[in-house]
Ligand binder design. Structure first.
Ligand SMILES: [Zn+2]
Ligand SMILES: [Zn+2]
Length: 415
């Protein structure tokens, strides 16, 4: 088989599995609120073809359509329209949910250097982590990237999701019931706020929300947190219970000075002298942040505030939130990059939610040839690393490798 035929055989195997899944689990697909006012989009297994501007009034219609077309990925609009099937400029936008995308792609993690790869399209030079701006060998600028999900990246994404939900509830007064949390089926979480309060906000207003969440343009003077602490009113009054960003910064500082050991403090990028002064203060002051900040020098104060803001701000894909026509993955459907289920998660269950185990969709085994794959985890087991081997693996692991384009089916010889 040539490369294209192997690739096609892999896609066919994945499609057959997806078909089987949707045949049995049509009822698990969770249609969005007011589904008749939403635009639906379907990415097909035929390379790159996207079917858009579809609409459905009943969950059963949607289910039938999915079973008949077997798309690789299924999306719906965060927006509500008068006529979802009309061309974009004639749909009649009537509002949009407030949505957030948290993806390991936007979070710095060390492990990416191990499990993510890039390859220069021109000369084949490859390396770990994110691709360089230009290829070090041929100066080419086009790369093929292979990204993998891993526990460490997903834990970081989970922390960001918790921070975001906390911000929405505490600082924006969003109700618990209006927050929908979904695992994307790959490297992150989507958060949808379905609320009349936010529904009619335009892009600019949504950008203001993004700026607040990401701490963009945060003014320490306005927060009464500029140096020296003595000159503002913070001594004795700066507490973890303060509202808004003051409280967030206070809680981060508390985290920094009370709980972190030398090593994580070093990882935060603090200088050695600062770390030693933190450890020294910790011995003397007990739990009062005001006591600590009274005596720190200007440089240390600035460094700690900067780190506190970095810890407290949320890492989101800002473009997703400001795009009021965005299509977003439908919960209960399969992710074509992994074969995992995009799944609704109860906010209170998030700390215990295991995205690599609870979202597995397939049973049985498949025999595949693996060209190359790093060590990875799925369904509670670890596999690999693999290089040019035939393996019989549980279907969820095999499908993941096929989805990633790292493997192709081993065809049984005809006897
Ligand atoms: Zn190159
Ligand atoms: Zn990772």
């Amino acid at each position: 088989m040539n490369n294209e035929a192997k690739h096609r055989a892999g896609r066919n195997m994945v499609k057959a599995r997806f078909h089987e899944y949707y045949r049995r689990n049509r009822e698990n697909i969770t249609p969005p609120k007011s589904m008749g006012q939403r635009e639906f989009g379907f990415l097909l297994f035929v390379e790159g073809v996207m079917l858009r501007h579809k609409s459905f009034n009943q969950p059963s219609e949607l289910g039938k359509f999915i079973e008949a077309t077997v798309p690789s990925d299924i999306y719906y609009s965060a927006a509500y329209y008068m006529d979802p099937e009309a061309p974009m400029d004639r749909k009649g936008w009537t509002g949009s949910d407030l949505i957030f995308d948290i993806d390991a792609d936007h979070i710095e993690t060390e492990c990416k250097k191990i499990h993510d790869r890039w390859r220069c399209d021109a000369c084949g030079t490859s390396g770990g982590g994110k691709p360089p701006m230009i290829c070090p060998k041929c100066k080419g600028q086009r790369f093929t990237e292979t990204t993998w999900m891993c526990r460490e990246c997903l834990e970081e994404a989970k922390i960001e999701a918790s921070k975001l939900i906390d911000l929405l509830i505490r600082d924006f007064g969003v109700n618990h019931e209006e927050v929908n949390l979904n695992f994307s089926g790959h490297r992150g979480y989507h958060i949808h706020v379905e609320s009349e309060v936010f529904k009619n906000l335009g892009s600019d207003e949504r950008k203001e929300i993004v700026d607040y969440l990401t701490g963009l343009g945060l003014d320490l003077k306005l927060l009464n947190l500029s140096y020296p602490p003595g000159e503002s009113d913070i001594s004795g009054k700066f507490t973890v219970h303060d509202p808004g960003w003051r409280g967030r910064i206070a809680r981060s500082i508390e985290e920094i000075i009370l709980r972190m050991d030398r090593e994580p403090l070093g990882k935060l990028g603090l200088r050695r002298e600062v770390i030693e002064s933190i450890i020294e203060y910790r011995k003397n002051i007990g739990k009062d942040i005001s006591e600590f900040i009274k005596d720190v020098d200007r440089k240390t104060w600035r460094q700690i505030i900067h780190k506190a803001v970095t810890l407290a701000k949320v890492n989101i894909d800002t473009v997703v939130t400001t795009d009021i026509h965005r299509l977003i993955r439908l919960p209960g459907t399969l992710n074509g990059k992994t074969g995992l289920k995009a799944s609704k998660v109860n906010v209170k269950d998030l700390p215990r939610f295991d995205p690599l185990k609870e979202t597995v969709a397939f049973e049985g085994e498949e025999r595949i040839h693996i060209e190359e794959a790093p060590r990875f985890e799925i369904g509670g087991e670890e596999y690999g690393p693999f290089k040019d081997v035939d393996e019989t693996l549980p279907a969820h692991a095999a499908i993941l490798l096929l989805c990633k384009g790292s493997a192709y089916p081993v065809v049984k010889p005809i006897v």
